[in-house]
Design a protein around this ligand. Structure first.
Ligand SMILES: NC(=O)c1ccc[n+]([C@@H]2O[C@H](COP(=O)([O-])OP(=O)(O)OC[C@H]3O[C@@H](n4cnc5c(N)ncnc54)[C@H](OP(=O)(O)O)[C@@H]3O)[C@@H](O)[C@H]2O)c1
Length: 311
């Protein structure tokens, strides 16, 4: 497994994502994921499945130190004593005495950022958390978090897929030594109908999911998350370390970036996003037959997210 170094943290470059997974999904997939070689699991307080992560990791017989656990503090828990209490609750559910990486899930301007960062740092000082980070932060907020934090900020977990050009944010993360953890790599399924990705996959004898995950982890400082409720897909989704994409294939995938391709942007949680312009060289690419109109996808996800107040 490739590791991504980030301000003192070593993060496994591919993690198994647990967003939206029921207890049943978790019990069917996490053991298969661990068996296939996944050693990084990404959950969150709001996913309400930390307990299943703990249960499955314990049942796997793996040493706790072999598995990298990420969870995220929900925005409603940022203020006062709720922060530390929520971390203790996460530890109990995860059946562990430390979390490898603890993130602020979304910005919450209702609580001073210094107070949120202090909550993360207190958890580190108490030995309950090894590394800390943020999620869905723009460049300005990320730089401020880095400035305010005693312990280094290891990652900014954000939406990143072939249609969303995150170059500006990624450059800032690199400048600050912060890893980018990419979520929604499959762009809620849009990648699977993409002719460019299908062509690269066919030429290489790989699946489209493998091509996209490989494109992500082949970029400096990028960690990818992969989720499936289908256990049969897990071994192939993990099998992305034994091949490389050519520079030409990497560029062709990056050129799929198009305007208005952000999918996850829940009202009331999202910050003022950094610009994600289309790549000028090829603005029409990625609009081929089979691609979902980004606006419709965004509306679906936003609706789902505001209903569940999660992501
Ligand atoms: N920090 C945040 O705010 C935030 C927001 C969103 C997500 N995340 C994290 O990022 C993780 C990954 O993002 P995501 O949940 O959007 O997952 P993803 O890996 O980008 O996409 C998952 C979708 O792709 C499908 N899929 C996966 N592998 C496939 C394959 N080989 N062939 C065909 N379809 C395949 C899955 O369908 P099936 O289930 O049918 O296979 C599912 O619909 C989340 O689980 C969560 O941990 C964080």
């Amino acid at each position: 497994m490739k590791m991504v170094a980030a301000n003192g943290a070593e993060i496994p470059a591919l993690g198994f994502g647990a967003y939206g997974m029921s207890r049943n999904d978790m019990l069917r997939t996490i053991p298969v994921a661990l068996d296939a070689g996944f050693r990084h699991i990404d959950t969150a307080q709001i996913y309400r499945n930390e307990a299943e992560v703990g249960e499955c990791v314990q049942a796997s017989g793996l040493d706790r130190a072999e598995v990298f656990l990420t969870t995220k503090v929900w925005v409603a828990n940022y203020a006062g004593g709720a922060f530390a209490a929520s971390v203790d609750d996460s530890l109990r559910k995860l059946r562990t005495d430390y979390i490898d990486l603890l993130l602020l899930h979304w910005p919450n301007p209702g609580v001073p950022l210094g107070e949120q960062i202090a909550g993360l740092n207190a958890a580190v000082r108490a030995g309950k958390v090894r590394h800390i980070g943020v999620s869905n932060f723009n460049r300005r907020m990320l730089a401020e978090a880095v400035r305010l934090s005693e312990a280094p900020i290891a990652t900014n977990q954000v939406e990143y897929h072939p249609y969303l050009n995150q170059r500006l944010l990624i450059e800032e993360c690199r400048r600050l030594g912060v890893a980018v953890t990419a979520y929604c790599g499959m762009a809620v399924g849009r990648v699977f109908a993409d002719p460019v990705l299908r062509d690269i996959a066919a030429r290489r004898g790989r699946t489209v999911a493998q091509i996209v995950l490989r494109w992500l982890i082949q970029q400096d400082g990028v960690v990818a998350l992969s989720r499936t409720t289908n256990p049969a897909r897990i071994p192939a989704n993990f099998d992305v370390f034994g091949f490389e994409l050519s520079a030409e294939d990497m560029r062709a995938i990056s050129r799929l970036a198009a305007r208005d391709s952000r999918i996850v942007s829940p009202t009331g949680l999202s910050p003022a996003w950094d610009p994600t312009p289309a790549l000028a060289a090829c603005p029409q690419v990625g609009r081929g037959p089979g691609a979902h109109p980004a606006g419709i996808v965004k509306t679906d996800v936003e609706n789902r997210q505001s209903r569940r107040r999660s992501s």
